[in-house]
Design a protein around this ligand. Structure first.
Ligand code: SF4
Length: 303
């Protein structure tokens, strides 16, 4: 169990220190078809809760070790807003984070909850997922916990946006035949015109998914991006490298990082210094890590 993972190269957030609020097991109110974690029963509250001081101490230790972190990213093996002490944890982080920014990656299922909004307004950036504009799509693609309504998510996003001054990024992950129809995109477009987020990232599956679903290719993403109103800042996510400096990773840290998130050779080259790359190669030879091909891209993950 490791609370900290990385630093990892985030697509658009530079060098990011991941904080896993559910390091022991997947705890999520969704069970998305494209999730890179193993399928799991959905839940509406954590059963396995790590105390705030333990998380804070792990973050402080990691910041001492890695001085050039751009973002402290709150995430989870599941949904971070289900962590019951989220607000207290953010208050604590804000006392020592200095210039490092804070970010949360949330599926937005709880964003209509005022207590969650109260916690999230204290972060520097908020990234919320919105794969679907319709209930049917939400239940099929994100396999949401019973009682979660897409209309409440939309209303919650609008209410949050009114209260929040920082960048609000919306992420839409497109899955072939599930949310790539013109009808679904038009409904997303209509809502996003009301929300006016800072940016909308559209992407497709690029890591091994938990269920047998397919990515759409870049050309399809491009066509989909053109279905959105030209006034909306739609960005097609690519795996282009951010300018970062490589860090030293022990064998244990490499295994921890790869167990959280599969990395490409490009990621490894960017993140690991020369000695750490040799360690990764050794672990590959010892079959402690393995290469997996998904959608034409080779990823390394813990064996
Ligand atoms: S919300 Fe995230 S963690 Fe939860 S099932 Fe979906 S992809 Fe996985």
């Amino acid at each position: 169990m490791s609370i900290i993972f990385g630093p990892i190269q985030s697509r658009r957030f530079g060098k990011s220190l991941g904080v896993d609020l559910s390091p022991g097991l997947k705890q999520c109110n969704f069970d998305c078809l494209y999730c890179e974690l193993a399928p799991a029963k959905t839940m509406d509250s954590y059963t396995d809760v790590v105390p705030v001081p333990e998380i804070v101490s792990a973050i402080k230790d990691a910041l001492k070790e890695h001085s050039d972190i751009d973002f402290i990213t709150l995430t989870a093996n599941g949904e971070p807003t289900l962590y019951p002490h989220l607000s207290d944890l953010i208050d604590e982080i804000n006392t020592f984070k200095g210039k490092t920014k804070t970010l949360i990656l949330s599926n937005a299922a709880n964003i209509d909850d005022v207590n969650i909004q109260d916690a999230l307004v204290k972060l520097d950036e908020v990234k919320l997922s919105l794969d679907c504009a319709t209930q049917k799509c939400l239940e099929k693609l994100d396999r949401s916990h019973s009682g979660i309504e897409v209309e409440n998510i939309k209303a919650g996003m609008l209410a949050f946006k009114k209260r929040y001054d920082g960048p609000l990024i919306i992420e839409i992950l497109i899955v072939k035949t599930l949310n790539d129809s013109v009808e679904e995109i038009e409904k997303l477009n209509a809502f996003l015109l009301k929300l006016k987020p800072t940016r909308i990232d559209i992407s497709s599956i690029d890591r091994p998914p938990s269920y047998a679903v397919q990515a759409v290719d870049y050309e399809t993403l491009l066509k989909i991006s053109h279905l959105f109103d030209a006034s909306l800042p739609v960005y097609i996510a690519s795996r282009k490298k951010a300018e970062i400096s490589a860090s030293a990773y022990s064998e244990e840290e490499i295994l921890d990082t790869l167990s959280k998130r599969p990395l490409t050779q490009e990621d490894i080259d960017a993140l690991f210094d020369t000695e750490s790359q040799k360690r990764a190669e050794k672990l590959l030879n010892e079959q402690k890590i393995k290469a997996v091909l998904t959608n034409g891209v080779e990823f390394y993950k813990k064996a």
